[in-house]
Design a protein around this ligand. Structure first.
Ligand SMILES: NC(=O)C1=CN([C@@H]2O[C@H](COP(=O)(O)OP(=O)(O)OC[C@H]3O[C@@H](n4cnc5c(N)ncnc54)[C@H](OP(=O)(O)O)[C@@H]3O)[C@@H](O)[C@H]2O)C=CC1
Ligand SMILES: O=C1O[C@H](COP(=O)(O)O)[C@@H](O)[C@H](O)[C@H]1O
Length: 493
């Protein structure tokens, strides 16, 4: 039975792309499932555009069109939406917002529970947070005040710290919910379940049994229409500092004392603190960048719309990450991400050590047929777990062959799996911050990324250096081959 929470949302960026594509459908699903109290809920959407409530409601209805059971249901949902034309840079506009929030709070008997969602360009995050506090938009009658904030959270450590300090003047850390949509993915959440729900798995989750870990976030598309943002960011900021670091922290963390958000976060932070921060020379040695070229059909990155033709922005990153602790000493975590690669997928390969002695080969002096055991967690697009083992080939003798144990999410499980935004907004409504990035996590990840960024901003790259449809530059393969290893997923296979 769903627990319905009363809530007044204040959405900044209500006319924007993210709101239409992700936020309204997610809030609608929560409404449909009864997680939001249908009688005690309202949303004030803002943007500079001069929209009426009716225009706004029409936009909302369009965005939930596919998932509404009936027109009445869609209309009933949209009737809770109110629009205010508002320029976030004009302090005087917040007074009207505060009055409107109090009015709707009373009308819907919301009891002061407020969720502020800033779905705007990051340069506005601090301004909005400050004005919300100064102009009394936060409730003070016993309800909760929570701030959901979009990415990116800064572009380096210093800017992230500045932003965090600005937010901190209005909201405490435990009121700030920093979105990282990878933390809302089913398989990413399943890592905790698989590790800490199975002594079998957790028992071998260490350097005695694991040889290396590989995390791949591969994208088939290029920058599409987002070049304006992307060219100023690059893959290191766009995918490594946030999503990849979050996944690494979950893979590397120790068992929390409970599943409460404070306990889970404490262990994630401890893991990130044990991550070795490279010197500039080590960064050069252990990180590889790439930019896609042309393959005839596909134009190269530098000729994409809104990309300068001398851009040195990386569209690909691969690297080796090390954790200096008892569990992970000598186990490299290889990570990679890129645009215009072979396919769209996210997967984690846990590569186990081979047996110290191969008794099957030893028996007749033949070459070993044993492969490394690999546990592969497929995050996207399918939700799948595969354990690659060695088994016996049927027949006489003792010939070995690969034996795979596979679990694929079925249709029922798929239907029960919420979209990341739906799940995360629900968590914020419940006050559960487990799957949001805390400041300590974000700041540590920036400390790590900043060294690499600084080196790359100093050294001139040799771009373009990989072909669309490949799995990145050759240097990314060399990164592993020099350690006597190879990527488990390789487009050439
Ligand atoms: N779109 C996506 O797929 C994703 C987006 N994000 C993040 O979400 C956030 C929003 O992105 P997105 O929706 O794409 O951005 P858009 O550019 O589509 O929307 C920006 C919003 O900000 C509003 N806005 C801009 N300036 C002002 C102002 N001075 N006062 C009031 N409102 C203003 C715009 O309203 P108006 O024009 O009416 O003023 C609009 O609603 C960003 O932080 C982005 O990084 C993260 C992941 C994916
Ligand atoms: O945050 C981002 O993520 C998307 C990839 O997300 P996914 O859920 O589709 O894997 C990426 O395309 C985008 O550049 C980045 O900003």
């Amino acid at each position: 039975m769903a627990t319905a929470t009363r809530a007044l949302f204040m959405l900044f960026g209500a006319t924007g792309d993210l709101a239409k594509r992700k936020l309204y459908p997610s809030i609608f699903n929560l409404f449909k499932k009864g997680y939001i109290d249908n009688d005690h809920f309202a949303l004030i959407g803002t943007g500079r555009r001069e929209w009426s409530d009716d225009t706004f409601r029409g936009v909302v209805m369009d965005s939930i069109n596919d998932s509404a059971d009936s027109d009445e249901q869609a209309q009933s949902f949209a009737s809770h939406f109110y629009y205010m034309s508002h320029d976030v840079t004009k302090p005087e506009h917040y007074d009207a917002l505060s009055d409107y929030a109090n009015k709707l709070d009373a009308q819907y008997e919301i009891n002061g529970n407020r969720i502020f969602y800033i779905s705007m360009a990051p340069n506005f995050f601090g301004t909005v947070a400050k004005n919300l506090k100064v102009h009394n938009c936060l409730s003070d009658n016993g309800g909760f005040n929570r701030l959901i904030i979009e990415k990116p959270f800064g572009r380096d450590y210093d800017s992230a710290e500045e932003l965090n300090n600005a937010l901190g003047k209005s909201f405490n850390e435990d009121q700030v919910y920093r979105i990282d949509h990878y933390l809302g993915k089913e398989m990413v959440q399943n890592i905790l379940a698989l590790r800490f729900g199975n002594p079998l798995v957790e028992g071998i989750w260490n350097n005695k049994y694991i040889d290396n870990v590989q995390v791949t976030l591969s994208e088939k598309l290029g920058v599409e229409e987002r070049a304006g943002y992307y060219d100023g960011a690059g893959a290191l900021r766009d995918m490594i500092q946030n999503h990849t670091m979050q996944m690494l922290s979950i893979l590397a963390m120790e068992q929390p004392i409970s599943f409460r958000d404070v306990d889970v976060r404490r262990e994630k932070i401890r893991a990130l603190r044990s991550m070795h921060i490279y010197t500039p020379d080590e960064a050069r040695e252990n990180f590889v960048r790439g930019q896609y070229g042309s393959n005839g059909d596909q134009k190269d990155y530098r000729h994409e719309d809104n990309v300068p033709n001398d851009s040195t922005t990386e569209t690909y990153v691969a690297g080796k990450v090390e954790f200096n602790n008892q569990r992970w000493a000598n186990v490299p975590f290889y990570i990679r991400t890129g645009k215009m690669l072979t396919d769209k997928f996210t997967r984690i390969d846990i590569v186990f050590k081979k047996p110290l002695i191969d008794i099957f080969a030893a028996a007749d002096n033949s070459e070993s047929q044993l492969n490394n055991n690999v546990l592969t967690l497929f995050v996207d697009p399918v939700n799948k777990v595969v354990l690659h083992l060695n088994g016996k080939k049927a027949g006489q003798g003792m010939e070995m062959k690969p034996l795979d144990l596979t679990h694929v999410q079925n249709d029922e499980e798929k239907a029960a799996t919420p979209e990341p935004y739906e799940r995360l907004i629900h968590d914020a409504i419940l006050g559960n911050a487990t799957n949001f990035a805390s400041w300590d996590e974000v700041s540590r990840a920036w400390e790590f990324a900043d060294v690499i960024r600084h080196v790359w901003d100093t050294d001139q790259p040799d771009f373009p250096n990989y072909t669309p449809g490949s799995m990145g530059p050759k240097a990314a393969d060399d990164l592993l081959s020099r350690d006597g290893r190879a990527w488990v997923f390789n487009s050439k296979k």
